[in-house]
Write a protein that binds this ligand. Sequence first.
Ligand code: PEP
Ligand code: MG
Length: 587
Amino acid sequence: MSFSLHGIGVSKGIAIGKVYVIDHDVVEVSEFSLSKQSLEDEVSRFKEALEIARQQLSRIRDNIPKNAPGDVAAFIDTHLLMLEDSSLSQVPIQIIYEKQCNAEWALKLQCDALVQIFDRMDDPYLSSRKQDVEHVVARVLRILRGYTELPAASMGELLSGAIVLADDLSPADTVMMQHHGILAFATEFGGTTSHTAILARSLGIPAIVGLHKARTYLQQGDMVIVDGFHGVLLGDPDEFILNYYRTRQREEKRYRAGLAKLKSAPVATADGTPIILHANIEFPEDMVAVKRVGSNGIGLYRTEFLFLHRREPPNEEEHFEAYLRVVNALKGGTITIRTLDLGADKQGADFAKLESHHSDSHMNNPALSLRAIRLCLRNIPEFKAQLRAILRVSAFGNVRMLLPMISSLQELTQVISLIEQVRQELSKDAIKFDPNMSLGLMVEVPAMAVCTDLFLPHVDFLSIGTNDLIQYTLAIDRCDDSVNYLYDPLHPAVLRLIKMSIDASNKVTKPISMCGEMASDSRYVRLLLGLGLRSFSVNPEAYLEVKQIILNSNLAALSKLASKVLKVGTQADINTLMQQINTQVVA
Ligand code: PEP
Ligand code: MG
């Protein structure tokens, strides 16, 4: 019988297909006593299982598509290395002999012991390895239990054309899955502006998060429909429902084809004001999508994705090569490279080994802890490698540098003096860079938004990061679906902070843009235009829709309505005005 599960739609689109359930849980095992004579056989069985696991992982690695980011391979390499580590390959053998028990039980005991050690670790990188151990152990246990059919197939075969259902996914998992051709994903946890959700949008995969307990209702291979527009997952759909959604899929395709015609139109409002519309990217590979929609600039290049799923941070050359690929792909357009913003939910995905906090402190609130610029200022050599690479690449194109999470002038002064140091070092070594490269700040901490006038004399531009600005202003974790209902871009405090930042920049005629998800959301584009925003940086997937709205907007009327929005406080009043704003008909 058909049924529906309701979550939060975080990436638009409709997908119809079979579910592939990702089970991060360790397989249940029991203990058996073995006779002394059978121990050798048990050890051989265990070694054989390790070998099959190694072959499976190597096969998955060989099947990674050529255009997948390097971190996908690094992720699998980590699991391969773990299989070889004596803690997983030797200690269980000792346990088999000592306890005269079955291989599954020995492996489980060793896994529990390792997990306990990881749980006690303060270092978030090392404690995030716990999940890797559990995944590797689960693979070997499944082989020992004879479940070879699923893992033995290549990852590509498993995921291609599937709708992935998991408790949660890391941003790196999401990327890996997209490269295996999944149709959509649905998770039991997560929030609208978690990085995984942002990634799903920029990859153009329909996605739903916050589908609590979905895995108890669905099994491997069940037919489902994912409606990313409304956050609804429909299980066991009947012919009538299937036909309805197939029609909607066709309509959506037609709508997208219509938008594609706007690709080369200049971006300006209906009453003739030019607007800057750039794109956000995470990987050099995203330039394909950027080209497809015709964007001639990158308003946000989130470089942290270079750091995911690897043990060591990227070196200067790796940074440089990645940035140069983007510069070469854009030929002449502006590229805004943001320095590392690891921490909070982005650390969940195994971030490279950077010192993250004092060993005697606990990171209870990662979003308020050593994140982004704070983390960089604790890891100067790694930060300098990135600064050098950005400066070097500025010799090859129109590159700007953007700093995340700055909340005080002291931090900014420290970064500026580091940049100066790097400039001197490059000059000394006769390495080219653009001495006039623009430096900008993310407005994403309320402290920055209320004091932009104090920061502006030191920088060339600002970019509003609403994902964090909303999280920090309204005191709600952007990844926590239990408070997602409070995540409100239209909250008067948020709108006033945005307006203050725009006005402060206009006053000193320095450019200000918005690269947070609010800019990509069709519901808010006209309001933002009315508030005075003239530069947007959006997901490639949202690019043409945002462009269409801009082309059909009349600024004079919008600014009057937007100033009214700033003066009202109730949800009902805001909704009435938003209705007027979004239904404005342009002659
Ligand atoms: C933001 O906070 O709005 C932003 C663009 O940065 P990120 O989503 O990477 O934190
Ligand atoms: Mg941010």
